[in-house]
Design a protein. Structure first.
Length: 330
């Protein structure tokens, strides 16, 4: 039997295979020719990234530097706050001690008795001029306050406004000031200054306050609520008063009322005052300087005892060399 004739050859299928084979070959050839790792730049930027990085680094360094400065300032503030806290605690302790010590302050009669006793002691050291004035007491209401001559026409009060005075001696100081004013029935001018040289009545700075009964009362009332800074040293007030009011044609007296001297040197203060308030041909100064020392308890801290003794030493020297008297109250 004759075999079946083979199937006719399909040319279309062969052509299709050729095309596919050629296509794959071309792709493989392109891949072999193509340069591996080549980066195609699609778009360029006008901004340099290196410049941006440098700018950011510069800002970072500046911020770090400012941070260090701020940290140092913060540490300094913390230390300052710590110092202030310690000072406040110390002042509160002193205030508590003072309040406890002076809760039972003696009445006015007891205070006056103490003042009278101290003034009697001062009478024992009167100068010839003081004795002459004392002899005239029958003709004049009074010419002496415990040996202090009151022949001046202008008076200046230098008052210690420190915490020890305000808390412990303020009312006694006001009473003493009133007593002193009472023996001056009429003067030509009055001034009240702090130990730092601050004027209590600011509108009369470097001017005399006219002496009237109404003005005296107003000054006493203002004095009760007066509160100004003090370094517990009367030097600034004394020198300011002499510089502002020295006048060879006027009889002026300065009354210093305080309890402490915290300055460096008594001798330096005395020398400065001698230059500002020189003696005349008769050996007398144009401005008298008197002083009233108020008490510091014997049980007070040691630094109060030291500044109290230095105040007494300074006032004895100044009053002796400037025609005045120093009275220390118990």
């Amino acid at each position: 039997m004759r075999k079946k004739k083979d199937r006719d050859f399909d040319a279309f299928n062969l052509s299709f295979l050729d095309v596919i084979t050629c296509g794959f070959g071309a792709i493989i050839l392109l891949l072999m020719i193509a340069r591996p790792g080549t980066i195609v730049v699609l778009e360029t930027s006008d901004i340099s990234l290196q410049g941006v990085v440098r700018a950011l680094q510069t800002q970072l360094f500046e911020i770090r530097g400012e941070t260090q400065i701020l940290n140092r300032d913060l540490d300094a503030k913390h230390k300052q706050i710590s110092v202030w806290d310690e000072k406040v605690a110390r002042l509160q302790s002193d205030l508590k001690y003072t309040k406890t010590k002076y809760e039972d302050v003696t009445d006015d009669s007891s205070v006056n008795a103490i003042i009278t006793g101290e003034l009697d002691l001062a009478l024992q050291s009167m100068t010839a001029e003081m004795q002459r004035l004392m002899a005239q007491k029958n003709d004049i209401n009074t010419s002496l306050v415990g040996g202090i001559p009151v022949d001046s026409e202008y008076i200046i009060f230098i008052i210690d406004t420190s915490g020890s005075m305000v808390n412990a001696n303020w009312e006694k100081m006001i009473n003493q000031l009133v007593v002193t004013l009472d023996v001056y029935p009429k003067v030509k001018g009055i001034q009240i200054m702090s130990d730092m040289g601050a004027y209590m009545v600011s509108q009369y700075r470097r001017k005399w306050i006219p002496d009237t009964k109404g003005r005296r009362g107003a000054m006493i009332n203002q004095l009760r609520s007066w509160n100004t800074f003090s370094n517990s040293s009367p030097v600034e007030g004394i020198t300011r008063a002499i510089r502002d009011f020295y006048d060879p044609q006027k009889k002026i007296s300065i009354y210093v009322m305080g309890d402490e001297f915290t300055g460096r040197s008594v001798r330096e203060v005395v020398e400065v005052v001698e230059r500002l308030n020189p003696k005349d041909a008769n050996g007398k100064t144009k401005i008298r300087i008197h002083a009233v020392g108020f008490p510091v308890p014997a049980t007070a801290p040691e630094h109060f005892q030291i500044t109290r003794r230095r105040f007494a030493t300074l006032m004895r020297e100044l009053t002796q060399k400037n025609g005045g008297t120093f009275v220390a109250l118990n």
